[in-house]
Write a protein that binds this ligand. Structure first.
Ligand SMILES: [Zn+2]
Length: 384
C-alpha cells in the first residue's frame, strides 16, 4: 500500500487537550505557544465550552502538587512513593494496585502495577537498579507512608544495603508524603477522565494509569521551573508530542503481509488504542480478537473522522509486532530509560482475552464515517 503520511499531526487545542489526557487547557496553550514540547502543532485554539469527560472525571480540577519544602538539587536525591488501590476491578492483567516512584528533582514518575501489595518490594528493587543506572546517581531518601508494604524487614534490609534513608510519613498530611499521595490522586482522576471519554471497559484501568503517567512525564507541570517537563529534567531531552493520540480511540492496524489471510484477506485489523509501549514511539493496541499488538502505522478515529497515524522511525521496523511475545519480552526489561511506564501490566496481556467482546462494542461507536481515501483499509473492519 502507499506510504502513510501523518495528516493527524496538526490538531485543534481541544484535540491536544484530549490527547494529553485532558490536562489543564491553559497549560496546554502555554506549551504550544512557548514550544516547551516538540510536535505540538495546533491548527486552531478552539476548545469546547464544556469538556464532558473533564466534568465527569474531574481531571481539570486537580493538578500536580507543587514542590513543598527544600528543593533538591539532583535526580534521585529524594524519591516519593505511594501505593494506589485496591481497584474495584482487576486490570486485564489481573492487577489490583499500582505503585508510583516519583523523583523529586525532575518529577519524573515510574509506575508499576501489582497483583498484591507485597509485590511492591521486587518492583521497587528493579526500578531502583534501573533508575540508578540511568542517572548514574544513588538514591538518597525514599519517602512513603508507613504502610506495611514499605516497612517490612526485607525493605529495610534493602535500604541498609543501598544506603537509603527511609522517611515515613503519616497518611493525609500534605506537608509530608503529599507529593506521592496527591500525584496518585491526579493519576486516578486523569485515568478516569480518559476512560470516561471513550467509555472503555473498567479493566483497562492499568493501561489508563500507565498512559496518564506517560503523558504527565511529558507535559510542563507547576512543580517545576516554567516551561520544564519531567522528561527534560530526567532524560535531558525535550519530549515530542506529535505521536500522541486519544486514549481508547478506535483504530485499524495495518497488518504485515505474512499476517494477511490469503489474497483477499483483510489488510488491517480493528482495535482500540490503549497506550504507548516502553521506550519506543509506537502504539499499544488491543485488537478485537483480544490480541495485544504494538503498531507504528494505523488509521485512527479520534473524533468521528479517521486519520492516519504513522510514527516516523529511523530504522525500518515491522508494522506490527505480535504483542503477546513482543510485549512480554520488552515489558519488564526496557523500562528505565525514561519511557518506561508501561511494562508491568503487559506481562499478563496474552493470557487475558476476556474483555474482547466488550472492547468491540466500546470502540464501535467511533467507527469513522469517511475512510475513503484509504480504500485498501475499508474492507478491514476487524470483523473476522
Ligand atoms: Zn477534557
Amino acid at each position: 500500500m502507499a506510504p502513510l503520511t501523518d495528516v493527524a499531526a496538526v490538531a485543534s487545542l481541544q484535540l491536544w487537550h484530549e490527547r494529553l489526557g485532558h490536562v489543564n487547557v491553559a497549560g496546554t496553550k502555554r506549551m504550544i505557544k512557548s514550544e516547551d514540547v516538540d510536535g505540538l502543532e495546533c491548527s486552531s485554539m478552539v476548545v469546547k465550552d464544556i469538556c464532558e469527560p473533564c466534568v465527569y472525571g474531574k481531571a481539570a480540577m486537580t493538578h500536580t502538587p507543587s514542590a513543598g519544602g527544600v528543593r533538591v538539587t539532583r535526580r534521585l536525591q529524594r524519591v516519593h512513593s505511594d501505593l494506589g488501590g485496591p481497584m474495584s476491578e482487576p486490570s486485564r492483567g489481573g492487577a489490583l494496585y499500582f505503585g508510583t516512584f516519583t523523583d523529586d528533582f525532575s518529577r519524573w514518575t515510574d509506575v508499576v502495577v501489582l497483583h498484591k501489595k507485597s509485590d511492591l518490594l521486587p518492583k521497587y528493587k528493579k526500578w531502583l537498579t534501573k533508575a540508578q543506572l540511568h542517572t548514574g546517581d544513588k538514591i538518597k531518601v525514599l519517602r512513603s507512608d508507613d504502610g506495611g508494604e514499605y516497612v517490612s524487614s526485607a525493605f529495610k534490609a534493602l535500604h541498609d544495603e543501598s544506603g537509603t534513608t527511609h522517611q515515613t510519613t503519616v497518611p493525609d498530611t500534605p506537608q509530608q508524603n503529599g507529593v506521592a499521595e496527591r500525584f496518585n490522586r491526579v493519576l486516578v482522576d486523569m485515568a478516569r477522565t480518559m476512560m470516561r471519554h471513550k467509555d472503555v471497559d473498567q479493566d483497562l484501568w492499568a493501561d489508563a494509569i500507565m498512559t496518564a503517567v506517560y503523558i504527565k512525564n511529558r507535559v510542563t507541570i507547576r512543580a517545576l521551573p516554567v516551561g520544564k517537563t519531567p522528561h527534560e529534567l530526567w532524560t535531558r531531552k525535550q519530549p515530542d508530542a506529535s505521536h500522541k493520540r486519544v486514549f481508547g480511540s478506535a483504530c485499524w492496524v495495518v497488518l504485515q503481509k505474512s499476517h494477511v489471510d490469503g489474497t483477499f484477506g483483510n489488510k488491517a485489523a480493528k482495535g482500540i488504542f490503549v497506550g504507548y509501549p516502553d521506550g519506543r514511539k509506537a502504539y499499544k493496541v488491543i485488537l478485537d480478537d483480544g490480541k495485544v499488538v504494538e503498531a507504528r502505522s494505523f488509521v485512527f478515529s479520534e473524533n468521528n473522522s479517521s486519520m492516519v497515524a504513522d510514527v516516523p522511525e529511523e530504522s525500518p521496523v515491522d508494522e506490527v509486532v505480535q504483542g503477546e511475545t513482543g510485549l512480554d519480552a520488552s515489558g519488564d526489561d526496557q523500562d528505565v530509560d525514561a519511557e518506561n511506564d508501561g511494562g508491568d501490566d503487559q506481562r499478563d496481556d496474552g493470557s487475558d482475552k476476556s474483555a474482547d467482546d466488550d472492547q468491540g462494542s466500546a470502540s464501535s461507536q467511533d467507527t469513522p464515517h469517511g475512510a475513503t481515501e484509504r480504500g485498501g483499509l475499508r474492507s478491514s473492519t476487524g470483523a473476522q
